[in-house]
Design a protein around this ligand. Structure first.
Ligand SMILES: [Fe+2]
Length: 255
């Protein structure tokens, strides 16, 4: 069966529906509560962004998830991250993020999401002998003050550099904006409103928990807009789990 991800370069999912199992609500609540206490993204403290990150390997044969060890600095656990070369705001930079806590890494829903995304990815047969590297970002945008905004990085249509990326909504509360757009690759660097309509495949919003989308990065560009406060009480919040998938990179002996 040809998946939409393979066909069109992107796909939209409703995982609350398709992953449904006994206990999904409790596991979702545990993730939702964990997002309440995400630490500030040290790399963007002024942007109202909060983040944790961990990485794993998926072994193609056993389909086991193996979490990679963290680095410890001043008694805190960090996960190392190498930014894909396509993020114009952080070209080629090495970063360390606060790691996701062990009890959350064991959350059944998180594991099911990782494996459901993994099953959507596709690779050359000869690539499948090596583990697939999985980067799991918990990212929350939060705006407390009227007139302020919280911005995703980069704040334009872009490609990530990893072969596949998926986004899963955890919560959207009292937020204006946060629009998603999928475009052709050549509109990278532009704002969606600057681009001819026929160069955008789809413009949409994730509203309900576990509404999700995935991209095959080389086939499309993608965008998520900043959020501002809506008319309701309390802060504007938009929380997502972002998961990227890439091959084990083996050194080229000829270089
Ligand atoms: Fe992205």
């Amino acid at each position: 069966m040809m998946s939409q991800l393979k066909n069109k370069g992107y796909a939209i999912y409703d995982y609350m529906e398709t992953l449904k199992y006994e206990g999904i609500e409790e596991d979702y609540e545990a993730l939702l509560e964990y997002f309440e206490y995400l630490p500030v993204d040290d790399y963007a403290p002024e942007l109202n962004r909060y983040r944790r990150y961990s990485r794993a390997l998926v072994l193609p044969a056993s389909k086991n998830i193996e979490w990679l060890p963290n680095v410890v600095r001043d008694g805190r656990e960090y996960a190392a991250y190498f930014q894909g070369k396509f993020n114009p705001e952080h070209p080629g930079s090495y970063r360390e993020f606060h790691a996701i806590d062990p009890h959350i890494l064991e959350n059944t829903l998180l594991k099911k999401i990782i494996m459901a995304d993994y099953e959507e990815t596709f690779w050359g047969e000869e690539d499948m002998i090596m583990p697939i590297h999985v980067g799991v970002h918990f990212v929350k945008l939060e705006v407390d003050e009227e007139g302020e905004r919280a911005v995703s990085s980069p704040d334009c249509l872009h490609q990530d550099g990893e072969p596949f990326t998926f986004a899963h909504l955890i919560e959207r509360r009292n937020a204006e904006g946060g629009i998603n757009a999928i475009g052709i690759p050549s509109v990278s660097g532009s704002q969606p409103e600057e681009v001819d309509e026929d160069k955008l495949h789809e413009v949409f919003e994730l509203n309900r928990p576990l509404e999700s989308y995935g991209v095959e990065d080389s086939s499309v560009s993608h965008y998520v807009g900043p959020i501002t406060k809506g008319g309701g009480e309390g802060p504007a919040v938009r929380s997502v789990i972002l998961i990227d998938y890439q091959l084990t990179v083996v050194a080229d002996m000829d270089e």
